[in-house]
Design a protein around this ligand. Structure first.
Ligand code: HEC
Length: 168
C-alpha cells in the first residue's frame, strides 16, 4: 500500500508539473502575440494592404499640411508635427512590406523595379525618414512649414516616379 500511494503521488506531481509548464508556455506565447502588435500580424498576413494603408495615411497627412501651405486651412503646429511624424513612422515600416511574394495582387501599384533595385528603394525610405524627422523638429510656423514641406515632398514624388505605377 505504501508503494501504491507513492506512485499515485508521483503521477500527480508529474501531471501537475506538466500542466504548469503547459500553461506557462501558453501564457508566454499569448503575451508575445500581444506585444508583437496587431499591425505587425496584419502586415505579415497582407503586406500589400498594409503598405497601401500606410501610404494612404501619408496622403491624408500631406493633404492636411498642403492645405495650410495653400492658405486653405489655418496653420496648426500640432497637426504639422504629427504629419511629419506619420511620414517618419511610414519610412520605418515600409521597407519590410515588400516580400518577394507581394509583387502582384491586391490592386498593388508597386512596380517590379522595386525588387530589381531593392537597395536603392530602401535607401530612399531611409532618406525620407531622416528628412521627415528633421522637418518635425524644424517646423515652427507657416514659413518654416513651407520650407520643410518642400524638402520632404520631393521624397514622395521622387520615389513614386520610379517605383509606383503612374496614374493617368
Ligand atoms: C521610397 C518610396 C516612397 C516614398 C518616399 C513615398 N511613397 Fe507613396 N507609395 C510608394 C509605393 C511603392 C506605393 C504603391 C504601394 C502599393 O500599391 O503596393 C505608394 C503609394 C502611395 C499612395 C497610394 C496609396 C493607396 O491608396 O494605394 C499614396 C496616397 C502615397 N503613396 C502618398 C505618399 C506621400 C504623400 C509621400 C510623401 C510624404 C509618399 N507617398 C512617399 C512609395 C513611396
Amino acid at each position: 500500500m505504501v508503494f501504491a500511494g507513492d506512485w499515485t503521488n508521483i503521477e500527480r506531481i508529474a501531471q501537475g508539473d506538466y500542466y504548469m509548464r503547459f500553461t506557462t508556455a501558453f501564457a508566454i506565447a499569448a503575451v508575445t502575440a500581444i506585444a508583437f502588435g496587431a499591425t505587425a500580424v496584419v502586415a505579415q498576413q497582407d503586406p500589400i494592404a498594409a503598405r497601401k494603408a500606410i501610404m494612404k495615411a501619408n496622403g491624408a497627412s500631406a493633404g492636411a499640411i498642403g492645405k495650410m501651405v495653400k492658405g486653405e486651412a489655418p496653420f496648426d503646429l500640432a497637426v504639422a508635427k504629427k504629419a511629419f511624424a506619420t511620414f517618419a513612422d511610414a519610412a520605418a515600416k515600409m521597407p519590410d512590406l515588400f516580400p518577394a511574394n507581394s509583387k502582384t495582387g491586391g490592386d498593388t501599384e508597386a512596380l517590379p523595379k522595386i525588387w530589381e533595385d531593392m537597395a536603392d528603394f530602401k535607401a530612399k525610405f531611409v532618406k525620407f525618414g531622416a528628412d521627415s524627422k528633421d522637418a518635425e523638429a524644424a517646423v515652427k510656423d507657416l514659413d518654416s512649414l513651407k520650407v520643410v514641406l518642400g524638402v520632404v515632398g520631393k521624397n514622395c514624388g521622387g520615389c513614386h516616379q520610379t517605383y509606383r505605377v503612374k496614374k493617368s
